[in-house]
Design a protein around this ligand. Structure first.
Ligand code: 3PG
Ligand code: MG
Length: 398
C-alpha cells in the first residue's frame, strides 16, 4: 500500500494540544429537531480518538447559508446531539472567534470537547479572508479536517486553516478519500458508473468527465429521456430537456471515442400522471405512447444494468433510475441497488455511491450499509465526479 498523500491522525501528536476539527454538522432539521443524524455519526470516531488521546477538541462547522448572524442558523441545538453521540459533554461558545471563543478554549482540559458557533456568521468564512483565518488559527495548535462534504468550498475553515496550521485528515475524511480513490482514481477495472436523476443540465460536466474514465455508463432517471429523445425516439409526455439534445449527442459521441459503452433504457414504466400508485404499463423504448410519461426503467432495462454490474469490478453510483420517491416507480432503482449490494457482499464488486438523492434511494432500498462506501456529501461528491479539484482536500495535500 502506498502512503496517503495527506497526513492522518496517525501522524499527529495530540496530547495536550488544542485541535481545531472542521466537521460537517449541516444536518437536516425540522422545528429544531434533527431528522437525520448521519453526518454527526460519521464524525464520532475522529472526535473520540482525539479526545481519548488527550487532545482538546474544538469543533468548527457551518450551518445553513446565513447572511451574517442569524439565531435560526445557530449550531447550539446541535451541540447537545453531538454530546449524545460521543457520550460526553460538549461545551458551546456563542462565537467562533474573539473573546467568547478564546475564553471557552482556555477553559478546556485535555480530552474535553467544545463546539464553536456557526462559522458562516462571519463574512470572512466564505471569503476565506486571511484575517479571519488568523483569528481562527489563534485558537488551535493543530487542524484536522473531517468534512469531505464541505471540501468543495474554499472557505476559511475548510481551506485557509489547513494552510495556517499543521493539517491532518480526520478518520472520515481519510475513509472518504480512500473510497473515492478506489472508485475512480485507481479503480479495479472494468468500472461502471450509474448516473440518474432528473436533469442532464446539472450533470453535463459530470457525464463528460465520466465517459473518459469509466468503461460503461448507465444513464437512468429523467435525464435518460433527454438522451432517448436525442437518439430520435419519441418519449411522449416524459420529463426531458429537449433543448439539450445536441449536448446529449455530444456526450454519446465522446463516449464512443473514449470506448465507453453508454447503456440507455430499453423499456420504460409509463403512466398518465406523476402520482404515487398511478396506473402504469411497461413499453419498449421505441413504443412510448404519446400521451404518457416514463417514470421508471422497465425490467429489461434493469436486467441490462445488472448485467453491466456483473461485468464490472467497480461501481460508481449517483442518482436514482426512476421516480423512486413515489411507488411503484421506485422498483428499477431498488432492484439495481439490491443487485449491486449483493455483488458487493459476495466480494465481487467495489461499490461507491453518493450525492443527495442517492443516499435516500439506497436507504429506501435498504442497502446503504451493504455498499463499500456511501458518501454523505452532495455537492462535493458531484464535483469529485466532475473531476474538479476540491480545495479542502488539496489544502490537506499541500
Ligand atoms: C452540504 O450540505 O452539502 C455541505 O454541508 C455544504 O453546504 P453548502 O452547500 O451550503 O456549502
Ligand atoms: Mg448543500
Amino acid at each position: 500500500m502506498t502512503a496517503a498523500p495527506f497526513k492522518t491522525l496517525d501522524q499527529a501528536s495530540l496530547k495536550g494540544q488544542r485541535v481545531l476539527v472542521r466537521v460537517d454538522l449541516n444536518v437536516p432539521m425540522e422545528n429544531g429537531r434533527i431528522t437525520d443524524a448521519t453526518r454527526i455519526e460519521r464524525v464520532v470516531p475522529t472526535i473520540r480518538e482525539i479526545a481519548d488521546k488527550g487532545g482538546r477538541v474544538i469543533l468548527l462547522a457551518h450551518f445553513g447559508r446565513p447572511k451574517g448572524r442569524d439565531p435560526k442558523e445557530s449550531l447550539k441545538p446541535v451541540a447537545e446531539a453531538v454530546s449524545q453521540h460521543i457520550g460526553q459533554p460538549v461545551a458551546f461558545a456563542d462565537d467562533c472567534v474573539g473573546e467568547p471563543a478564546q475564553k471557552a478554549v482556555a477553559a478546556l482540559k485535555d480530552g474535553d470537547v467544545l463546539l464553536l458557533e456557526n462559522t458562516r456568521f462571519h463574512a470572512g468564512e466564505e471569503k476565506n479572508d486571511p484575517a479571519f483565518v488568523a483569528e481562527l488559527a489563534k485558537l488551535g495548535d493543530l487542524y484536522v479536517n473531517d468534512a469531505f462534504s464541505a471540501a468543495h468550498r474554499a472557505h476559511a475553515s475548510t481551506e485557509g486553516l489547513a494552510r495556517a496550521l499543521p493539517a491532518f485528515a480526520g478518520r472520515t475524511m481519510q475513509a472518504e478519500l480512500e473510497a473515492l480513490s478506489k472508485g475512480l482514481e485507481a479503480p479495479a477495472r472494468p468500472v461502471v458508473a450509474i448516473v440518474g436523476g432528473a436533469k442532464v443540465s446539472t450533470k453535463i460536466d459530470l457525464l463528460e468527465n465520466l465517459v473518459t474514465k469509466v468503461d460503461a455508463l448507465v444513464i437512468g432517471g429523467g435525464m435518460a429521456n433527454t438522451f432517448v429523445h436525442a437518439t430520435g425516439l419519441g418519449i411522449g409526455k416524459s420529463l426531458a430537456e429537449k433543448d439539450l439534445a445536441a449536448t446529449a449527442q455530444r456526450i454519446i459521441d465522446k463516449a464512443r471515442e473514449a470506448n465507453c459503452a453508454i447503456i440507455l433504457p430499453v423499456d420504460g414504466v409509463c403512466a398518465y400522471e406523476f402520482k404515487a400508485g398511478a396506473a402504469n404499463h411497461t413499453y419498449g423504448i421505441d413504443a412510448i405512447p404519446e400521451d404518457q410519461m416514463i417514470l421508471d426503467v422497465g425490467s429489461q432495462s434493469v436486467e441490462r444494468v445488472n448485467a453491466a454490474i456483473n461485468d464490472a469490478k467497480t461501481l460508481v453510483w449517483n442518482g436514482p433510475l426512476g421516480a423512486f420517491e413515489i411507488a411503484p416507480f421506485d422498483q428499477g432503482t431498488v432492484a439495481a441497488a439490491r443487485h449491486a449490494a449483493q455483488r458487493t457482499k459476495e466480494g465481487k464488486l467495489v461499490s461507491v455511491a453518493g450525492g443527495g438523492d442517492t443516499v435516500a434511494a439506497l436507504n429506501h432500498a435498504g442497502v446503504a450499509d451493504d455498499f463499500t462506501y456511501v458518501s454523505t456529501a452532495g455537492g462535493a461528491f458531484l464535483e469529485w465526479l466532475e473531476g474538479k479539484p476540491l480545495p479542502g482536500v488539496d489544502a490537506l495535500k499541500a
